[in-house]
Design a protein around this ligand. Sequence first.
Ligand code: G3P
Length: 217
Amino acid sequence: MKFFVDTADVAAIRELNDLGMVDGVTTNPSLILKAGRDITEVTREICEMVDGPVSAEVVAEKADDMIREGKTLAKIADNIAVKVPLTWDGLKACRALSDDGHMVNVTLCFSPAQAILAAKAGATFISPFIGRLDDIHLDGVELIADIREIYDNYGYETQILAASIRSVNHIIEVGKIGTDVITAPPAVIKSMANHVLTDKGLAQFNADWEKTGQKIG
Ligand code: G3P
């Protein structure tokens, strides 16, 4: 399972990247706002740090404008994946940017039908938002299963990038289905290390060690 980090927080990416846990990064306009940085400057810094794809999102709504913005973003670094929304214009931009040799991440996917169109339009990644489906009482994990089945039936090469991940459970469930990539906030990735029995076991070991009166080193 490839791990992308869903943030534009450079320090948070660096901490995970130094552990070899970062296969890529995803950003969006909301994450750029949260970082409080200039999009070109922060994206360039992330691209220099991380070896894998770094998604940077267009904000235009018309295909021609998306293509222009996408080409501008792609100039930041060779590892930019241009992110376009799953609209009809977004699919047109996906086809043009993909034909032009750019990686394209088609975002805001909420149905298997949308995911099929993205694959047909040459997307490198499709980003189904599982948390936001859960928010409206639909099953986000089931969407990943549906897309996996359809893509495998036809050998589509578009990678499934499970997005809007809110919990460790989301990561495990989409991993069992065989998502190609997950993108999650740094805090969710770090919380994968937590287990109540690890904490309990460690407390017991520490208490017993103190009773031995010994020191290591
Ligand atoms: O990768 C998409 C992500 O940034 C959206 O997450 O939690 O805002 O639905 P969320």
